[in-house]
Design a binder for this molecule. Structure first.
Ligand SMILES: [Zn+2]
Ligand SMILES: [Zn+2]
Length: 353
């Protein structure tokens, strides 16, 4: 076998009862599955660091497997923030034989980074690391939740995109066309009576991109930001977008079906975003959120938080609330729950094959 880095012949070297194929020129080494674990500890094993939030696959590597010539896969393992010592390392694995290539010193660096990342995650998840004073004041004034710990592996580009689209539509479409929208609300806003007469069917979608004011817009964007990123990260972009649009239409239909003769226009992205919240509780039922109630800060499981949220929507419904489209929230939420179950079930079948 030859070194994938410098094509020097690899020499079998025995270390702690493990035979490793070592390159004497560049100091790299090739490990068969399980060998790196025996030599450096469980942190270096791909099964350990692949499960970590700190790992991002970065595509195919330039290197080829010395055993079977397959192109290696590159992975970026990193620590957040500024710290002493090494904070990131690029590792290559073979998709065919599941072998692992480590350049000189990468074994000990990888071990250090993975250990630190695991400790960091535990400190955050256990509530040992609290959000700062600005976050506390923000929560006192808004009563909004903050995730305790649920990082993403990839930048959530669709969430960024949706934020940009919703803000853009508000400032560059809605505000300039305010006169038109007030004169002919049924053109872009959802009016149940018109929908059930087969008129302006596109308002099932267009109403989901418009907001009744800056407060309405900001509230929706916050929940999109908090719950959307992890759903996009876990489901992938295609399924995230499908879920968002299905929840948008489900919410609008549920709202319209509640009072089909209504001529009151409905608008807002909250049905679609409620769908993301529904998916979130299915995908991450054990994640906790920080809440502030009567100036006291505490952690609550997201499942309980969203259960209270659902009950509040029902309460508004029973109280005859008309200003909030609570039925759109519930329709979107349960559409998200169902789709996330479908997607999660599909994933389990695939991974068990
Ligand atoms: Zn070499
Ligand atoms: Zn291989």
């Amino acid at each position: 076998m030859r070194c994938p880095r410098c094509s020097f012949p690899l020499t079998p070297v025995i270390h702690a009862d493990v035979e490793v194929d070592h390159c004497r020129r560049c100091g790299g080494a090739f490990f068969d599955p399980g060998e790196a674990r025996t030599l450096f500890g469980p942190e270096v094993d791909p099964a350990t660091w692949r499960a970590l939030w700190a790992t991002t696959p970065t595509g195919t590597s330039r290197l080829r497997c010395p055993r079977d010539e397959a192109r290696l896969e590159a992975h970026h393992v990193r620590l957040p923030g500024k710290r002493a010592g090494p904070t990131e390392v690029e590792v290559d694995t073979c998709p065919t034989c599941q072998g692992l290539w480590l350049d000189a010193q990468e074994g000990s660096t990888l071990r250090h980074v993975v250990k630190e990342a695991a400790a960091h995650a535990e400190a955050r998840a256990s509530g040992e690391v609290k959000p700062g004073v600005p976050a506390y004041l923000f929560q006192v004034f808004t009563s909004l939740p903050i995730e305790v710990w649920n990082p993403v592996r990839r930048p959530p580009v669709l969430v960024y995109g949706l934020v940009a689209v919703l803000v853009g539509v508000y400032f560059f479409v809605e505000l300039p066309l305010q006169g038109l929208l007030e004169a002919q609300p049924g053109l872009l806003l959802l009016i149940p009576k018109e929908l059930f007469h087969g008129e302006h069917v596109w308002t099932l979608f267009t109403s989901g991109f418009l907001h009744g004011g800056i407060g309405h817009l900001l509230g929706n964007l916050y929940f999109l930001w908090v719950f959307g990123d992890n759903v996009e990260d876990t489901l992938g972009r295609g399924r995230f977008l499908t879920l968002y649009l299905v929840a948008m239409v489900a919410g609008a239909l549920a709202h319209a079906a509640l009072d089909p003769g209504s001529e009151v226009p409905m608008l807002g992205a909250s049905g679609a975003i409620a769908g993301l919240m529904g998916a979130y509780v299915v995908l991450f039922p054990k994640v906790k959120v920080w809440l502030v109630l009567f100036f006291i800060r505490f952690r609550l499981g997201v499942t309980w938080y969203l259960l209270v949220w659902v009950l509040m929507q029902l309460g508004m419904g029973l109280a005859g609330e008309r200003a909030v489209a609570w039925m759109a929230h519930l329709g979107g939420f349960f559409a998200g729950v169902i789709l996330a179950f479908v997607y999660r079930g599909g994933e389990k079948r695939l991974s068990s094959m």
